[in-house]
Design a protein around this ligand. Sequence first.
Ligand SMILES: *[C@@H]1O[C@H](CO)[C@@H](O)[C@H](O)[C@H]1NC(C)=O
Ligand SMILES: *[C@@H]1O[C@H](CO)[C@@H](O)[C@H](O)[C@H]1NC(C)=O
Ligand SMILES: *[C@@H]1O[C@H](CO)[C@@H](O)[C@H](O)[C@H]1NC(C)=O
Ligand SMILES: *[C@@H]1O[C@H](CO)[C@@H](O)[C@H](O)[C@H]1NC(C)=O
Length: 460
Amino acid sequence: MESTPLYKFLKLLLLLLISIITHFPPQSSATSTPLFPSEALPTKSGYLPVNSTTKSAIYYTFYEAQTPTSPISQTPLVIWLQGGPGCSSMLGNFYELGPWRVSSSERHNDEHLALIRNPGSWNRLFGLVFLDNPIGTGFSIAATNEEIPRDQHTVGKHLFNAIRAYIALNPTFKSRPVYFTGESYAGKYVPAIGYYTLKRNARLPPSSRVNLAGVAIGNGLTDPVTQVGTHATNAYFSGLVNEKQKTQLEKLQVEAIGLVRAGNWSQATNARSGVLKLLQNMTGLATLYDFRRLVPYETSLVTKFLSNVEVKRALGVNESMVYEECSDVVDAALHADVMKSVKYMVEYLVKNSKVLLFQGQCDLRDGVMSTEAWVKKMNWEGIGEFLVADRKVWKVNGLLAGYVQKWRSLSQVVVLGAGHLVPTDQAVNSQAMIEDWVLDRGLFAPGQNEDLSVTFRGAL
Ligand SMILES: *[C@@H]1O[C@H](CO)[C@@H](O)[C@H](O)[C@H]1NC(C)=O
Ligand SMILES: *[C@@H]1O[C@H](CO)[C@@H](O)[C@H](O)[C@H]1NC(C)=O
Ligand SMILES: *[C@@H]1O[C@H](CO)[C@@H](O)[C@H](O)[C@H]1NC(C)=O
Ligand SMILES: *[C@@H]1O[C@H](CO)[C@@H](O)[C@H](O)[C@H]1NC(C)=O
């Protein structure tokens, strides 16, 4: 084509138009559905069968280690389980410890969702797997409601099947040390899958075993009969209720404990809810998950994000699936299980593996006091030494992060400046904690006194 004046004019006009469009994109692109940048996609996601005869399957997302310091075949795999009962691990993935978090920004008076990098992601050194557990939770599929677990043995069985299916996906997974971790009601699930794994491994040929290396529980409900008895005292000494209110709370707590003792499980669960409801009413707090918060955790951002068709497609989920943060159906299935203790499973795990219990300091549901109350009662020969072990001041990048108490296979961490969702509130510190604990370094390094005492006793 010839370079006529008209042609030059049209070309200039076109360039002008392009420059206007790129500087002032159409309004719709700012408010349209959030895109899932390809760099934020999980390494792999999909479904793991729990039972070969039904179509029930556990949904997973997997993020490979970003900067592993060991050969991949030895790089630990950390598996995360959300609580509830019935809450999706996509909360952990997109609001707590995953490499990308959903956040909102006000733009053009319209709420705009975006994925932003999490500086404290737990997949810096380790592979990280999120499981929507049990079936019926999040994007997981329950073929029938009857198949949804009603006890922790079935939870363990389903998870074990799913994890073995996961390990079979990649030949390098087999040799990698596996850590089960989770939060809140996963204070039941984590011991359940850990215990089930140890028991099953003992009866399986080495090639079929799951390479369990440890379990970690954040703000967990594990021994509810003990834990339900701590709310009144905890709130009173935190200055949140007066003595009269403390007595009222204690009355309800005693009722809940009585129902547990009578084996009246469903009523016991309701009684615990009653304690928490009264505590909520008396304190007027925005949330019992963190007494500092003026507004509850914004987990609805994740629900909004995962309801997007484009996001579901990117995650390998059928577009017709409706995402719920927590499933009422699963909650109902496990209603009578809530108050049943799995303390004996933790005792078995501390003898045959390693256990980390960590709590955000500002949680009024399953916090520090709630955990220490049952740990004290553990049936384990090391518990005496654990209870008198020094509580070490824990720092990250030179700043106070909390406290670590450890004796051999049992570690407890109090995380300062955190509520129920520790990784949300203290991302980088939670990352330092899990990395040091998994790798037995820093304050988690085997203590000299631990070894000396063995020699000392042996000499006696
Ligand atoms: C699989 O599901 C069927 C039908 O619900 C049940 O009978 C069977 O016990 C299940 N198998 C396992 C391993 O859970
Ligand atoms: C369970 O508790 C309810 C309500 O307190 C009571 O009516 C019922 O008799 C109890 N059942 C048993 C078996 O204790
Ligand atoms: C506590 O409960 C009472 C009685 O139902 C109600 O009037 C009051 O508004 C509640 N307070 C808070 C802070 O929820
Ligand atoms: C998605 O789910 C719908 C409804 O259950 C089903 O008809 C459809 O086949 C599914 N699509 C895919 C790709 O699995």
